[in-house]
Every structure is written in C-alpha cells, then in structure tokens.
Design a protein around this ligand. Structure first.
Ligand code: UDP
Length: 163
C-alpha cells in the first residue's frame, strides 16, 4: 500500500547538488555533505572541478540572457565547485527544501542557505540544487559520465527510505 502511494506522487530518485565556489572557499563542503547523509540520502557521484564557461552556459541555459548572467559566470568560475549526485525519496523536492530559497535573505533558518549566509548585495548562496526532476536528469547527464555514478547496496536499506 505504502509503495503504491509513493509511486503515485511523482516519485523521483536522483538530484544534482553542487557546493558553489563560495561554499568551497568557506570550507562548508563537509557540512553540506553531512546534511544529505544525515537525512538519509545516498551519495552516488562526487567530484571537484573548475567549471568552464561552456559547461556553465549549458547548466544555466535558461539564464544566459538575464542581466545578472555575467556576474553569475564570474561567481561560478571564481574557484572550484564540488558537485554531487544524491539518491533518495523525492530527491528534488526534499533537497530543495533543505537548501532553501534562492535569496539567502528569504531562506528559512534550518536550510543551508538560511543557516550559512546572509544577503550580501549579490546572490552568493553556497549551494546549487536541481529544481525539477527533468532539470535534475539534464544536469546529471551534463556534469557526470555514466560510469562516474555508482550503484551500491545500502545495508540500511529498510530504514533510510530508499526504494
Ligand atoms: N542569481 C543571481 N541573481 C538573480 C537570480 C539568480 O545572481 O537575480 C544566481 C544565484 O546564484 C542563483 C543562480 O543564479 O542561485 C540560479 O538562479 P535560479 O533562479 O535557478 O535559483 P536557484 O535554483 O539556484 O535557487
């Protein structure tokens, strides 16, 4: 019964999370990973890289025409990012709730953006999280090669809500 309900509610499993350059600079990588681990997500891919403008324009393809895009490029290419794929129940919605609203000034306490940063005149908001299942799929394919994503058996399967 429970499973039937789960699949009716648009179940999706994987999302892409990135610690942005400000998060890496501020040594927040471990804290962010820990939040996802504690929530019960399973890490299936992880790497650190210097983002190219080309990758960024494909990642933010719907934002390239926005007035803030040049600043976003400057921000996102200012240093390395740590990008991850996490697997779990309703991964996209759950992780968006954990990350908080785009503008840290609006982000609730308890979220990554609400706990680690204030609004400082421009949107340096520590972390990226895919905002739809389709977006997650596109981003995962963009950032990772298939063999970089590992399927591994979780020994706590029955208590971490993995399906
Ligand atoms: N951004 C910005 N100015 C804006 C809106 C967005 O600099 O007015 C940046 C910000 O870093 C944000 C990213 O562009 O996280 C992507 O924007 P989006 O609206 O997709 O927000 P997100 O999904 O990251 O919450």
């Amino acid at each position: 019964e429970a499973k039937k309900h789960v699949f009716k509610t648009q179940y999706h499993k994987r999302t892409l999370i990135a610690v942005k350059p400000d998060g890496v600079q501020r040594r927040l990588v471990g804290q962010i990973i820990q939040r996802f681990e504690l929530r019960g997500f399973k890490l299936v891919g992880l790497k650190m890289l210097q983002v190219s403008e080309d990758l960024l324009s494909r990642h933010y393809s719907q934002l390239t025409g926005k007035p803030f895009y040049p600043d976003l490029v400057k921000y996102m290419t200012s240093g390395p990012v740590v990008v991850m794929v996490w697997e779990g129940y309703n991964a996209v919605q759950t992780s968006r709730a954990m990350v908080g609203l785009t503008n840290p000034a609006d982000a609730q306490a308890g979220t990554v953006r609400g706990d680690f940063i204030m609004f400082i005149g421009h949107l340096r908001n520590v972390v990226h999280a895919s905002d739809s299942p389709e977006g997650a799929q596109k981003e995962i394919q963009l950032w990772f090669q298939g063999q970089e994503l590992l399927n591994w058996d979780c020994c706590y399967h029955n208590i971490t809500c993995e399906l």
